[in-house]
Design a protein around this ligand. Structure first.
Ligand code: SF4
Ligand code: MG
Length: 331
């Protein structure tokens, strides 16, 4: 399938009093039409900032300092980072939409659900208020909200977390995006509701054919939904490739460690589960060389603490890995 989003060397920094935090530090990522890509990694690895940067939704003191984010439009590629405000607004929602972990924070408490969704439709499309209204009710029904006609008249505080997340998804779908970015869409919900929302995302993705970028710290969730996976560590994608392939034969020591930390996915039957050793370092203390080296079980002194590993592709098709060992295994 053709590529619809191309992220190249994306860098977003937070300029704080005590120094600069390189939250996103050279991300490369492509999304193709209709595919599901999971972005995984521990919290604090820059997944959310990366996704927000892709839509230029970074607030101060954060600043996008470099890179390119290209979105395919009817008239060619648009670079979100350099486009004028009108173009960026036309991309948001209509081509690339986003849902967040906390649905409440992206809704206005002052307006009914129906009004907010109808307004999003009116912003992007030349329809009448009545048409926008009808489509809103239809959308609320499609995301599994019972009695959508009535619920459209309710305010966010009247809804449960799960219903609110459904409403957020309805809003995100309102302009028929080609790509939906879902940032930990189920993390704030109870387990049963989590499963329902994941099912909903999966069936909406299949029905509409839209691509989905699913950001999650939960490898089980990634395994259930995604075709491809991108593993992030300290602001960069350290490994990406076909999900089944990466989970079966992880190459980056961080991916290996993540998989060993969860039941069933990566651990071999007799291998004990164990958490990734150490912790994500504090943001100001970025290790020299390979950013993962203080935690890496395959650390090579004199190399890993000196050289920043570049992304290397192959020998496996479609795989890219940022580890000096992978370079050596190259055919
Ligand atoms: Fe580990 Fe070295 Fe590879 Fe970094 S480059 S992941 S420290 S082996
Ligand atoms: Mg996050």
């Amino acid at each position: 399938a053709e590529t619809i989003l191309e992220i190249r060397d994306l860098r977003t920094h937070f300029e704080l009093e005590d120094g600069v935090v390189r939250a996103v530090d050279g991300v490369d990522l492509d999304i193709r039409r209709g595919e599901v890509v999971a972005v995984v990694g521990e919290s604090g690895c820059g997944k959310s900032v990366m996704a927000r940067s892709a839509l230029r939704l970074v607030d101060r003191p954060g600043r996008i300092v470099g890179g390119e984010v290209r979105v395919r439009t009817d008239t060619g590629w648009a670079d979100v980072l350099t486009a004028d405000g009108r173009t960026v607004r036309s991309i948001r929602g209509a081509r690339v939409a986003m849902v967040f972990q906390e649905p409440m924070t992206s809704m206005s408490p002052m307006h009914t659900l129906g009004d907010q969704i109808a307004e999003a439709i009116l912003l992007h499309e030349p329809v009448t208020k009545a048409e926008a209204r009808a489509r809103t009710v239809e959308l609320l029904g499609r995301v599994g909200i019972p009695a959508p006609e009535r619920r459209a008249g309710e305010y966010p505080f009247q809804m449960s977390g799960g219903m609110l997340q459904r409403a957020m998804i309805a809003m995100a779908l309102s302009c028929g995006p080609e790509l939906l970015i879902a940032d930990e869409p189920t993390t704030a919900l109870d387990v049963t509701t989590q499963a329902q929302i994941l099912d909903l995302l999966r069936s909406l993705q299949r029905d509409t054919g839209m691509a989905l970028m699913l950001i999650t710290h939960d490898l089980g969730v990634a395994a259930q939904l995604a075709d491809r996976v991108a593993v992030m560590y300290l602001g960069a994608v350290v490994e990406h490739g076909d999900l089944a392939d990466v989970f079966r034969r992880p190459r980056h020591p961080y991916t290996k460690a993540l998989l060993r930390s969860v039941p069933r996915l990566g651990a071999r039957p007799r291998e004990r589960l164990r958490p990734v050793r150490g912790m994500v370092p504090p943001p100001y203390r970025r290790p020299d060389g390979c950013p993962f080296h203080p935690r890496c079980e395959e650390f090579m002194a004199g190399r890993c603490d000196v050289t920043v590993p570049p992304p290397v592709t192959g020998p496996e098709a479609g795989r890219a890995v940022r580890c000096l060992l992978y370079e050596e295994t190259r055919a």
